[in-house]
Design a protein around this ligand. Structure first.
Ligand SMILES: [Zn+2]
Length: 142
């Protein structure tokens, strides 16, 4: 697949494995999400070509993956992504933080959930509960 330059892709279509033409929609929430019919990205992201390219490569990387592969992709660092630049981008745009909710109400798609995020939050919450339970048990035995 030919990698299109940033400006060619904005508001246009990209070519992916699962869909020969996948539309890119600009939205004012979250950072980027790959749906079966389109990829949604934050409307200001194209103004930051380095962020845009790294994030779009990541989203395209989700194409055709199973759950296990999606999970591996999401827990690893995004190649070429400047996390400092992303943090600054997010701090000045509070609605980008919706990206981290595992379940939320999309303005047009209704309630949606992210299986990978649900698993990550599940592991985190279970770990914290186990630490608390064992901490209490150890505390009682002393
Ligand atoms: Zn991802």
């Amino acid at each position: 697949m030919r990698y299109l330059g940033c400006m060619e892709k904005i508001g246009g279509i990209i070519v992916t494995k699962s869909s020969p033409t996948k539309e890119i929609k600009l939205v004012d929430f979250g950072i980027a999400n790959n749906y079966h019919d389109c990829i949604e990205i934050h409307k200001d992201l194209p103004k930051f070509p380095k962020l845009y390219d790294a994030i779009m490569q990541h989203e395209k990387g989700h194409e055709g993956l199973n759950f296990r592969e999606d999970f591996k992709l999401d827990i690893n660092n995004v190649p070429g992504l400047d996390y400092g630049e992303l943090r600054n981008f997010m701090y000045s745009r509070p609605k980008t933080w919706l990206q981290f909710l595992p379940i939320w109400k999309h303005p047009t798609r209704g309630w949606i959930y992210d299986k990978v995020h649900l698993l990550i939050y599940g592991i985190l919450i279970t770990s914290i509960l186990l630490i608390i339970v064992f901490g209490v048990m150890i505390g009682k035995s002393i």
